[in-house]
Design a binder for this molecule. Structure first.
Ligand code: BGC
Length: 771
């Protein structure tokens, strides 16, 4: 077991970030402090004694059933009667209740089933996709999403959600970047904790709460070439400094389940990885919940082809056959097997051959039972059918309002030349584009039980605020899935451009709704280009030629290469996939009811060839300088930067962030430094600014990122109003993990940068006086 020098990490330090009104000399807790407090305080209710008593009664076969997790399509009544541990993707409350009655009343020990679902950004009330919520830089957005999603999931009998997904990613080609919080481990940690807290509350046995499963453990966000499921290879320091922190934050916030990942990391599959699963997660972090595998991930560790056809998946080749795959997974620390059934099927044989141990199997079962007891499943296993089938349980007016607020807070204004936005809603507005009169795509990938008909289209949202708004589609995007999908069908024809141009000419202003379909984002949706699909750029150019003011509103799940869009468009609003209230939220921002305040949680490259490009990269001995040759640069690019940097986003007002001051010039390794800045709304309308604090350690035993975000706060200010924002830094901020996996603090200078994006230039320094 490795000892971590500092227990505190990113998520903990956010608790220390305090905002101080200029009038008040005393720091008061930030409004999110309570929300981010750990949930470990939940009453134990004698859980351990109950777990042990139950385990003592279980036969080997009952234990092997308990570690099995089946999909809705697999599970039968017979599975429930023999005590299967978990079922996922089943959402019919009558079927859930039926199976639960069988498990509780007809299985020998009456252990309830844990029902799980991918409630990723909503169950029925679909919120903005997680990457959008991260753009809010406001954990209350993620918390509201998780809280409503938990309530709607729990009412149908679900008690576990496969969320939050916290894979840090520098790979915009990878479609699953949409499910996480972008490129930064600190933002990822804050959002992870907020989601866990929102879904679980203080005690997830509450009827409206569920246990979260943080995924995908670990390194899944960095697949080679951006190809989903592909290999990851990385140093210990990168694993610990970049990829593990959001998982740690989720565990610290109380997440009691974890999903191990498909990918190999340094050659070892995520679900057969003793180092990550047991050494780090369970031993070092003290995680006492359970790890379930991802979908057939245990089977995928074995060599191909499978010996018998019904043995299913295969691939990594770290196991020769099913029994070996089962043994490797269980002994590495995987407690529950999703879809494939190797541990269940071969467990008894493996025990008798001593290839797995009884104590490890007991430990896995104990962990699963522990979560079931903590979830209150033994006390209230059944579904309240009246509530589960009452439409009033879902998508309430208050839920819609929360989703609309969240979507508005998540949008990022990327360009607004000559104050093109906000538009005047009394003028005539044309909505144009393939995503303009569209409900389906607004929900984004992982739409849960959201229905297309629930979603407000851009046209409907705009028309509600600008009566008489007109529409022309211009072209269509394909919603086909591979292998039927053919990119040549995306906005392929310009037949509709003339109608679009006519609509623009007949209007005073144009909202151009462009981007990707929801099928282009999410699992198994890697793209080899980040350009707008099809001829959408030509559509922009055609609208530009009309001379009408227009905004390009983008719906997408990944950074796009927007150079041409930025050249041709006066205004660009990054709306991501905003969810059920999409059109209303777009209209709120376009007409200025909501002043956009989101910031990018991920860099947008100028060109695909720059990928990976991320703000928290390590320095080089030959830093980029476009006036030089023998430096780290692209020969064919005139700038070293992404098109839009991490942390960037505009507003309808202007802000200054000034006066960075530190309360001390030197600090002992166990001391604290307070950094204070003043943020002022220097414009004419109220708005939100995200104050950001970055650190850099210029001299260190291993090269440190040029910047690391270590604090942010989104503040709302009236015109002329100022606020002082204070961030408290401690050793968890000064230090870093080295390649032995140890957290180290080294003496020397630390640079502090503050501002409104990762490009912040205002700087102070302090000195850490020891180790
Ligand atoms: C995904 C997981 C998901 C699981 C169950 C897998 O394919 O990788 O994120 O939770 O399916 O639906």
């Amino acid at each position: 077991m490795k000892l971590v020098a500092s227990a505190a990490i990113a998520a903990v330090t956010v608790l220390a970030a305090t905002s101080v009104a200029s009038s008040s000399p005393n720091p008061r807790p930030s409004r999110d402090e309570a929300a981010l407090a750990p949930t470990r305080a939940a009453p134990s209710r004698g859980v351990e004694a109950k777990v042990n008593a139950l385990l003592a009664k279980m036969t080997t076969q009952e234990k092997l059933q308990q570690v099995q997790l089946l999909s809705d399509g697999q599970v039968t009544d017979a599975d429930a009667r023999v005590g299967v541990g978990g079922v996922f993707s089943l959402v019919d409350p009558a079927k859930i209740d039926h199976l639960q009655h069988l498990a509780v009343e007809e299985s020998r020990l009456g252990i309830p089933i844990l029902f799980a679902y991918d409630t990723i950004h909503g169950y029925r009330t679909i919120f903005p996709v997680p990457l959008a919520a991260a753009s809010s830089f406001d954990p209350s957005v993620a918390r509201a999403d998780a809280s409503i999603g938990a309530r709607e999931s729990a009412v149908v009998g679900l008690k576990q959600i496969y969320s939050p997904m916290v894979d840090v990613s520098h790979e915009p080609r990878w479609g699953r970047i949409v499910e996480g919080n972008g490129e930064d481990p600190y933002v990822g940690s804050v959002m992870a904790a907020a989601r866990v807290k929102g879904a679980q509350g203080l005690d997830y046995s509450a009827r409206n709460k569920v246990v979260t499963s943080v995924k995908h453990f670990v390194g899944y966000g960095q697949p080679e070439g951006g190809r989903d499921y592909d290999a990851t290879d990385m140093s210990e320091q990168r694993l610990r400094n970049l990829y593990l922190p959001p998982f740690k934050a989720a565990i610290d916030a109380g997440s009691d389940t974890v999903m191990c990942s498909f990918n190999t990391i340094n050659g070892v599959p995520g679900c057969a990885n003793p180092y990550t699963e047991t050494d780090i997660l369970k031993d070092e972090w003290g995680f006492d919940g359970f790890i379930e595998s991802d979908y057939t991930a245990v089977a995928e560790t074995r060599a191909c082809p499978p010996v018998t056809p019904n043995e299913g998946s295969c691939g990594h080749g770290t196991a020769a056959d099913g029994p070996e795959a089962a043994a490797n997974a269980l002994m590495a620390g995987t407690d529950s097997e999703m879809v494939s059934t190797y541990i269940r099927d071969y467990g008894a044989q493996l025990l008798s051959q001593r290839r797995i141990t009884k104590s490890r199997l007991d430990d896995a079962v104990r962990r699963i039972l522990r979560v079931k007891f903590r979830a209150g499943l033994f006390e209230h296993p059944y579904v309240n059918q009246a509530k589960a089938t009452d439409p009033a349980s879902f998508l309430t007016p208050a839920d819609r309002t929360a989703a609309r607020t969240a979507a508005g807070k998540s949008m990022v204004l990327l360009q607004n030349n000559d104050a093109t936005l906000p538009f005047d809603s009394t003028k005539k507005t044309a909505v144009i584009g393939p995503l303009g009169d569209n409900q389906h795509d607004m929900l984004g990938p992982w739409w849960g039980r959201g229905e297309d008909a629930d979603a407000v289209s851009v046209l409907d949202g705009i028309a509600a605020q600008s009566p008489g708004a007109t529409f022309a589609q211009g072209c269509t995007l394909s919603n086909d899935e591979p292998p039927a999908y053919d990119p040549a069908n995306d906005c392929a024809s310009d037949d509709g451009f003339a109608e679009a141009v006519a609509a623009a000419e007949a209007a005073d202003q144009v909202v151009l709704a462009l981007g990707e379909t929801r099928e282009m984002s999410g699992e198994a949706t890697t793209r080899s280009t980040l350009d707008l699909p099809g001829r959408q750029q030509e559509l922009i150019d055609a609208i530009k030629a009309t001379g009408k003011p227009f905004v390009v509103v983008l719906f997408n799940g990944r950074p796009l290469t927007l150079g041409a869009v930025a050249e041709s468009s006066p205004a660009i609003l990054e709306a991501w996939f905003p969810g059920v209230e999409a059109g209303n939220a777009v209209a709120d921002v376009v007409f200025g009811k909501v002043n956009p305040g989101g910031k990018l949680p991920v860099s947008f490259p100028q060109r695909l060839g720059q990928v990976p490009i991320y703000y928290n990269h390590e320095p080089t001995g030959r830093p980029c300088d476009v006036t030089q040759k023998y430096v780290s640069r692209y020969r064919d690019l005139r700038s070293c930067d992404p098109l839009y940097s991490f942390g960037f986003g505009l507003s309808y007002t202007t802000f200054s962030v000034s006066g960075l001051s530190l309360d001390r010039a030197s600090v002992s390794p166990s001391g604290k430094v307070r950094a204070t800045v003043t943020v002022t709304n220097t414009g004419d309308v109220a708005g939100d600014e995200v104050v950001q604090l970055y650190l850099h350690d210029p001299v260190s035993s291993i090269s440190q990122p040029v910047r690391r975000l270590r604090g942010f706060e989104r503040v709302t200010l009236k015109p002329g109003e100022s606020r002082r924002v204070t961030f408290t830094l401690d050793r968890s901020d000064f230090g870093f993990y080295d390649n032995r996996g140890d957290f180290v603090v080294e003496p020397g200078q630390i640079e502090v940068y503050a501002g409104d994006s990762s490009q912040a230039t205002m700087k102070q320094t302090f000195t850490v006086t020891g180790r």
